[in-house]
Design a protein around this ligand. Structure first.
Ligand code: GTP
Ligand code: MG
Length: 200
């Protein structure tokens, strides 16, 4: 897919603010600072459409990015940012749950894990939720540039074995620094949309 005119549409804190045009939504989930917002920028070759930061906890609302009126990338706040006050963490947790548990437009979850580490407890909670929801999911082992290129494939396999031993959830490497992994993700999205007869 070649997105020509990606647009930020809205930052929402509740369902009333979600777009109501029923486009399919591809949602980014993962812990704080894993690279969700950067993923969106990388996929569409923009440096700053989605706001990123080296400080965890940058994204606090649910941001909808309209991809040529074909679908939305939905950027969620990350979980597990311990420096946020308890109240803020609870509030952000509520935004995430409210969206993930009820939004009918979700068509694919892109679940980012840091390629360098075993999944955290919160990653496992999120994984369990995804499995129980039955929503389609793609796992991305992100920040692949942080390990030697020759080790990427084996590390991705090991991570999949750890998190998803049955091996029924596709797992790919990704990196916003090393752009070579991007095409495979676009191919996955294209194929997925075609198979599910989702659009156009
Ligand atoms: N080396 C490397 N750094 C990355 C990659 N992706 C993101 N980063 C960096 O990681 C930091 C966090 O990136 P964000 O995209 O803001 O992370 P996020 O998951 O949106 O974080 P929250 O909004 O806090 O949940 C930034 O400093 C990015 O430049 C990657 O693939 N490789
Ligand atoms: Mg973010």
């Amino acid at each position: 897919m070649n997105i020509k005119n990606p647009q930020f549409e809205i930052s929402a804190v509740g369902p009333k603010q979600y777009p109501n045009n029923h486009l399919p939504e591809i949602v980014l989930v993962g812990k704080s600072n894993v690279g969700k917002s950067s993923f969106i920028n990388t996929m569409i070759n923009r440096k700053k459409l989605a706001r990123t930061s080296s400080e965890p906890g940058k994204t606090r609302q649910i941001n909808f990015y309209n991809m040529d009126n074909i679908f939305y990338f939905v950027d969620l706040p990350g979980y597990g940012y311990s420096k946020m006050s308890k109240k803020e963490q609870e509030q952000v947790g509520k935004f995430i749950e409210q969206y993930l548990f009820h939004r009918k437009e979700i068509t694919l979850i892109i679940f980012l894990i840091d390629i360098r580490h075993s999944p955290t407890n919160n990653d496992r909670l999120m994984y369990n939720y995804i499995i129980s929801s039955g929503l389609p999911c793609l796992i991305l082992a992100n920040k692949a540039d942080k390990i030697a290129i020759t080790k990427v494939d084996d590390t991705v396999k090991a991570l999949q074995k750890e998190l998803n031993p049955i091996g029924d959830i596709p797992t790919l490497p990704f990196s916003s620094e090393r752009k070579i992994y991007k095409e495979a993700v676009w191919e996955f999205i294209d194929k997925y949309f075609k198979e599910e007869d989702i659009l156009f």
